[in-house]
Ligand binder design. Structure first.
Ligand code: FUC
Length: 931
């Protein structure tokens, strides 16, 4: 899509970009290798030399790749998400379960905590931990290299980019008068990665394709232009296979050993796919050999044209990506993305808005690229991208915050499909988790601890500060109940979510401990992730158990099943310590005892689970104030994901400016040039957490009210967003101006009462359905309510202050004398201010008269016409101007009248109607004022 259709403007803008990048200007006759970038394109003026910070990611869920864009050699590092060492097949793998029973071990720890109140992590780890054996790590599949024949010694107009609107990456440059272009995409349809290399002159594409990997466990062969990479992981016997088909147009193609060489082609398409014999079935986790599936994917795709493959990919991707559009005043950046990031200040420039809008969109891009409905595994700590054999934290599934955070933006930003592999993964932990629950904890249900892998590692290890976290199972099921709340899909609740939620709740029915201090049910031993000592009843433990009990009970009631289980859960809930306490310095306590230090800036803010992602703390309550005190003490620093979490916290506290400040902190100090989040090192959760945080600033629904613009920062005074989702199967669009909602549009998938909250609702408002018919809403404070009907679209318009250039509906008066609402199909919004007689007036409290200089109105009159007087403050206030209305020939025939205004004024706008006719004078459909 070309936003600059005028070629001269295009050239001028690109010339400017090239100059800024310190490169030579193109000669005037040269065409440009790549089209202009848009506001959602990451772009750079030199090749990537570093995988982590610079190379650009593409992915289709199961497959991922990182692109470097070199001129002499192109490097395409790639992944397949199931390629993991460890697990069954590796020696001594035990799922983290104790290799021999430890009768009484947990009881002894509980007794010691009952006696001493706390216990050092190292002591608990030596009693209950066990070294990890073959937990495994996520593996790179290796790199494809394209070594170009006779690479140019210099290039001009080099650009490397990633379009978030199309999920297509490109490289373009000019050398020796020839433009070279490469395009890459990872297509979910067909499960392939596709590349095309082309040049502006025939016969210019020549390279040799080869594969390398850091493991010595594979063979690479070439036949008929196809590279086949096949091997077995030495560690666990997992079989893997990748194939790349080279399809050349023109020139020659030669297989030689483990390489394919292309000479003098006009263009070349590469088709890559990969697979393993992983299956998510406990206990063997092995399926069939991947060779035939990989062969057929590559063969099928290679038989299609590049354009066809690309069209299918873009259509599939846009079906997800295009559901949400955010405008916060960004403009198309004129500087490369690395400069956009390094120049970011969090101030008021449109470049800063551009980075924020791009970062929001990038989180959605990364989620679509690393988690799809036809994936086996969810996005891991690095999504689907990893270039080594020993990634940080094994690029595993940490479940004391990280995996959960990956999916925070999914429902809110209308990407429910991306949660399917997360659902599948949580469900797949039930079988191994039952064994761990029974054998180690003596409990029903299922459990998983601090981190896990694709092989059902539901037990423990022995790293003292992160080995014990049985609350993780319950926490993961929060997503499932929430997914039901968003969708109201009872089949999903019945078949997918409820059995898993129930199992997670059963574990806690059996494993809670009676606190001798007060007789309440508590988690013991309990550990607030990675901080402090073990104790009984740390706040997060209690809040999570409360949440799973509450959700299990609500789900069982919604499905009308399991009465005795419901009774058991209700009884336990009534005895459960809720884990919400305000401590000696006004903070929300992290532990049941008041141990919090005011100088503790630990990155985990676990005790605020009840604020986010939980919903147990409401804004305006004493607990919310205490959460604020705790957050202030923790400070605005932390790892990437920690800052991202804090955006969400501040949004839930309805503090948009502070949420925006945290977003700024993340962009300034926890974001790499390729806009990946860095812990450090790279960890993708922060990308997803930030996108969630931005969504939480715009729409919240955790308390079953659709709260629109709950935490809008002053840096985003004007904007719009479409397609965000709210619980209750509602899709939300809104536009805002001067920090207040102007319109809210809600599309409802269920017939149910709806509540919409926004600050502007305290002023004049009007609710209409898609036919323009008025919907009667009741207002309580800043909340409007009505009964919504499935399939309908409701639009609420607000009369906001300022009003400059804004169209105000005539019937949206806040007070009146004699005037009524008149319904006319031809009127804007279906109605006008009507039944007007001499001396009547209508007032619009949201429209301020200060500085107004002009007035225009859309009017109709089958009567005598008359005059509109524009007055300030009251019906007899300062007269700013007046305008005559002549008969228009019918109540459905409209004309525009206008006048200039003068005089100093303040207070709301009054329209006073004057005329001599004995019947109704005229109608006012809409009016506009300008300063
Ligand atoms: C948790 C965090 C660490 C890191 C790891 C992957 O344990 O405390 O900071 O993010 O997960």
């Amino acid at each position: 899509m070309n936003k600059y259709p005028c070629p001269r403007l295009r050239i001028a803008l690109l010339g400017m970009v090239v100059m800024l990048a310190g490169m030579t200007m193109p000669t005037s006759a040269q065409a440009l290798a790549l089209p202009p970038t848009d506001d959602l394109t990451l772009w750079y003026t030199s090749p990537a030399t570093d995988w982590e910070t610079q190379a650009l990611p593409i992915g289709n869920g199961p497959l991922g790749a990182k692109l470097f864009g070199g001129v002499a050699t192109e490097q395409i590092q790639f992944n397949e998400k199931t390629l993991w060492t460890g697990g069954p097949g590796s020696s001594g793998y035990n799922f983290g379960n104790w290799t021999s029973p430890r009768p009484g071990a947990i009881d002894a720890v509980q007794a010691q905590i009952d006696r001493d109140a706390r216990m050092a992590p190292s002591s608990v780890a030596s009693a209950l931990g066990q070294g990890k054996t073959n937990f495994g790590s996520y593996q790179t599949f290796g790199d494809l290299f394209l070594d170009f024949a006779n690479p140019p010694s210099s290039t001009s107009q080099y650009r490397r980019e990633l379009s978030l609107r199309e999920a297509v990456a490109r490289v373009g440059y000019t050398a020796g008068g020839v433009e070279y272009t490469r395009e890459y995409f990872a297509s979910n349809p067909g499960n392939v990665i596709v590349a095309r290399l082309s040049a502006s002159q025939n016969g210019r594409v020549s390279f040799t394709l080869r594969h390398t990997s850091p493991r010595n466990d594979k063979s690479v062969t070439a036949a008929n232009g196809r590279l086949t990479i096949r091997g077995t992981l030495a560690n666990n016997g997992m079989r893997f296979e990748a194939q790349v088909q080279v399809v050349n147009q023109g020139g020659t193609r030669t297989d030689s050993g483990d390489r394919v060489t292309v000479s003098g082609a006009n263009s070349v398409m590469l088709v890559l796919s990969a697979g393993t014999n992983y299956s998510d079935a406990y206990p063997t986790y092995r399926g069939g050999d991947p060779a035939s599936a990989v062969t057929s994917r590559v063969t099928t795709a290679a038989a299609r044209s590049y354009d066809e493959l690309k069209a299918a990919h873009v259509a599939d991707y846009r079906n997800l990506f295009d559901r949400v559009k955010l405008n916060i005043g960004q403009t198309n950046p004129t500087i490369p993305t690395n400069q956009l990031r390094s120049g970011y200040t969090g101030g008021s420039s449109s470049q800063d808005r551009a980075l924020e809008a791009m970062f929001f969109a990038y989180g959605r891009y990364l989620l679509i690229s690393s988690s799809r409905e036809n994936d086996i595994l969810p996005a891991n700590l690095q999504g689907v991208w990893n270039n080594v054999t020993n990634p940080p934290w094994d690029a595993d599934y940490h479940v004391n915050i990280n995996l959960q955070m990956n999916y925070w933006p999914a429902e809110q930003t209308n990407l429910r499909e991306t949660t399917r592999p997360y659902d599948r993964y949580i469900s797949s932990m039930v079988a191994p988790g039952r064994v761990t629950a029974g054998n180690m904890y003596g409990a029903r249900g299922w459990v998983v601890n601090n981190e896990t892998n694709p092989y059902g590692f539901t037990g423990v290890h022995n790293w003292a500060t992160s080995f014990w976290f049985p609350e993780a199972a319950a926490w993961t099921t929060q997503h499932m109940y929430d997914s039901y709340r968003f969708s109201r899909d009872l089949n999903y609740l019945r078949n997918t979510a409820y059995p898993v939620i129930k199992g997670a709740a059963e574990f806690w029915l059996d494993f809670l401990h009676t606190d001798p201090r007060d007789g309440k049910l508590v988690v013991s031993p309990s550990y607030s992730p990675e901080n402090g000592d073990f104790s009984a009843g740390a706040s997060m433990s209690q809040q999570i158990v409360r949440e799973v009990f509450t959700n299990a009970l609500a789900a069982a009631r919604a499905l009308n099943v399991d009465t005795s289980f419901q009774n058991e859960v209700s009884t336990a809930l009534s005895r459960l310590d809720p884990g919400l306490r305000i401590g000696r310095w006004g903070q929300l306590q992290e532990w049941k005892s008041d141990w919090d230090s005011q100088t503790d800036t630990h990155r985990h803010v676990s005790h605020l689970f009840a604020l986010h992602p939980g919903n147990q703390i409401l804004p305006g309550t004493a607990e919310a104030q205490a959460a604020r005190v705790s957050l202030n003490a923790r400070g605005d620093g932390g790892t990437g994901w920690s800052k991202a979490w804090k955006i969400n916290f501040w949004a839930r506290l309805l503090d948009g400016n502070r949420a925006h400040k945290l977003l700024g902190e993340q962009l300034k100090s926890s974001t790499l040039d390729n806009l990946w989040d860095t812990h450090p090192p790279f960890q993708i959760d922060g990308n997803f957490g930030a996108t969630s945080g931005i969504a939480e600033m715009l729409v919240q629904s955790q308390h079953d009210t659709v709260h629109v613009l709950p935490a809008l920062p002053s840096a985003w005074p004007t904007g719009s967003v479409t397609g965000l989702r709210a619980r209750g199967d509602v899709t939300v669009d809104t536009t805002w101006r001067s920090g207040a909602a102007e319109t809210i549009t809600l599309r409802t998938g269920k017939s149910a009462p709806i509540k919409v909250r926004t600050a502007a609702a305290t002023g004049a408002y009007h609710v209409r359905d898609e036919s323009g018919a008025t919907v009667t809403a009741t207002r309580t404070g800043d909340t409007l309510g009505w009964n919504a009907t499935v399939g309908k679209t409701y639009t609420v318009t607000f009369q906001t202050s300022g009003g400059n250039g804004q169209t105000v509906e005539g019937e949206a008066f806040t007070s009146q004398s004699g005037v009524q609402r008149a319904d006319h199909p031809g009127a804007s919004g279906g109605a006008s201010a009507g039944y007007i007689q001499n001396g009547d007036w209508a007032a619009y409290s949201g429209v301020n008269t200060a500085g107004l200089r002009s007035f225009s109105a859309r009017v109709s009159s089958a009567g005598s016409g008359g005059t509109i007087q524009i007055r300030s403050g009251s019906a007899t206030g300062t007269l700013l101007g007046s305008v005559a209305v002549s008969p228009t020939g019918g109540w459905d025939t409209y004309a525009t009248v206008s006048t200039t205004l003068s005089g100093s004024a303040s207070g709301p706008l009054y329209l006073v109607f004057v005329g001599s006719g004995t019947n109704y004078l005229f109608d006012v459909d809409t009016f506009t004022v300008r300063t």
